[in-house]
Design a protein around this ligand. Structure first.
Ligand SMILES: Cc1cc2nc3c(=O)[nH]c(=O)nc-3n(C[C@H](O)[C@H](O)[C@H](O)COP(=O)(O)OP(=O)(O)OC[C@H]3O[C@@H](n4cnc5c(N)ncnc54)[C@H](O)[C@@H]3O)c2cc1C
Length: 403
């Protein structure tokens, strides 16, 4: 194995400081594994993320003994998720029916959560986070990975490691460089992402829907982060209708946002188009390398489940791989396959739910008149379904534990 530019071979290099990478870094470091997380950005202050911290993630923090510190960070608690529509409001998930004390979803800007994980991790001497470190390639013999090459403001560097953990999200460089090709599912939507100012006391439904769109409004104190979901590939059609049409359509569903939208969003340049992808790798690993989180299975924002899955992957990977890494050995392929076997089914079932069941919530055409989705009719009537949805979103299909 080659020596790294920082001297010696570390146990694990984690590529990407998102939810999967930061949780994996923390859990490996606390078990004495020498781990370095490489994050391409200088900070965690990025918008293109969800703000949800799920009950299962809080349970993990409880198991780690860090939940009290986490709960001191300002957050809001949501006990039910309902969707406001022209024909009324439907409760979709009722977290209050989950076991206490984590029977709610905590809303916290994701940069606060990731900063918190970084602080907790830095308490361990075997942990290192390098920011502004963009992984550009693998160090490999064409089959086995031995480390990574990465770019920093000071130039190109290399880092040799017994394991490369690819947690670099939906456009993963690691999986591309490892020739791990994803199978792509049809995502039902694209997302238009923009901010609208919010005054204290302003209220808007968290999710609302209407003709040709649905809107998720995340309250971030003095502004809403708005996700305006449209049918996949219909952005051009919407642009030709004009910004006023967007505001008119939102007017009855979310009037306060519609009115500010007219004042604050004056050009299409004020809006970011996020193309949503849903895909999964057939094989998550090669010798010396494993992908987890969105790098292994890119999730749509629908249902707000991607962060939970990413965290759960990290917990399983750390639990299964740490003993071997702590002995300063590269995990054999059989152990990497064990992580995939443990986590693949939950990810695939949830993706199928996003693509097949939740697709019913999203309009298929930009000018489609609103009609009540069948799933909304069913969910609105059944407390059992609302509890089931809360379990799937809040806990996942196979909750993981640190031991
Ligand atoms: C608009 C939108 C809203 C969403 N809302 C929610 C929600 O409310 N709740 C929810 O549960 N899920 C939501 N999701 C899905 C969720 O964001 C993902 O499933 C989740 O973030 C996956 O976590 P991850 O750690 O695997 O990857 P990511 O969160 O994508 O993190 C990857 C990290 O790797 C870094 N990186 C990338 N390439 C490199 C490189 N070459 N070198 C070094 N670092 C690199 C990135 O900067 C990033 O920090 C949403 C998705 C979208 C698109």
């Amino acid at each position: 194995m080659e020596a790294s530019s920082t001297g010696g071979v570390i146990d694990c290099v984690v590529v990407g400081g998102g939810p999967a990478g930061m949780v994996a870094g923390l859990l490996l470091a606390r078990q004495g594994v020498r781990v370095t997380v490489l994050e391409k950005h200088a900070d965690f202050l990025r918008d293109f993320r969800g703000d949800t911290i799920h009950p299962s993630t809080m349970k993990i923090m409880d198991e780690l003994g860090i939940i009290d510190r986490f709960l001191k960070i300002p957050h809001r608690r949501m006990s039910t998720v309902s969707v406001a529509a022209p024909d009324g409001e439907t409760v979709f998930a009722d977290f209050s029916q989950l076991p206490e004390p984590y029977n709610y979803v905590a809303f916290m800007p994701q940069w606060d959560f990731l900063d918190f994980l970084a602080q907790e991790s830095e308490a361990y001497p075997t942990f290192e986070l390098i920011r502004e470190a963009e992984v550009t390639d693998l160090v490999s013999d064409g089959n086995r990975a031995y480390g990574v090459l990465y770019r920093t403001p000071d130039g190109e560097q290399s880092l040799a490691a017994r394991l490369v953990l690819g947690a670099d999200g939906r456009s993963s460089t690691v999986r591309a460089r490892a020739w791990l090709a994803p199978a792509v599912s049809e995502a039902p939507m694209d997302v238009l992402w923009f901010r609208i100012s919010r005054n204290s006391g302003d209220e808007a439904p968290f999710v609302s829907t209407g003709s040709g769109f649905s809107v998720v409004a995340v309250d971030r104190g003095d502004y809403w982060q708005v996700a305006y979901c449209i049918p996949k590939g219909e952005y051009g059609a919407l642009q030709s209708r004009g910004l006023d049409t967007m505001a008119d359509r939102m007017q009855s569903a979310v009037p306060v946002i519609a009115e500010r939208f007219r004042q604050e969003i004056t050009t299409w340049g004020d809006i970011n188009l996020l193309s949503v992808s849903v895909d999964h790798l057939g094989r998550w690993y090669r010798p010396g390398l494993l992908c987890i989180g969105d790098a292994a299975h890119a999730m749509s924002p629908s249902g707000g489940v991607g962060i939970n899955l990413a965290v759960q992957d990290a917990v399983a990977a750390a639990r299964i791989l740490a003993p071997c890494l702590r002995r300063r050995q590269s995990p054999p392929v059989s152990l990497l396959a064990k992580v995939q076997r443990r986590r693949e089914l939950p990810a695939r079932i949830i993706q199928a739910g996003q693509v097949k069941i939740l697709a019913d919530l999203y309009p298929k055409r930009i000018d489609e008149p609103y009609k009540t989705p069948k799933s909304a009719q069913l969910m609105g009537r059944s407390r059992l379904l609302q509890k089931t949805a809360a379990r799937v979103i809040g806990l996942g299909l196979r909750p993981e534990h640190i031991k």
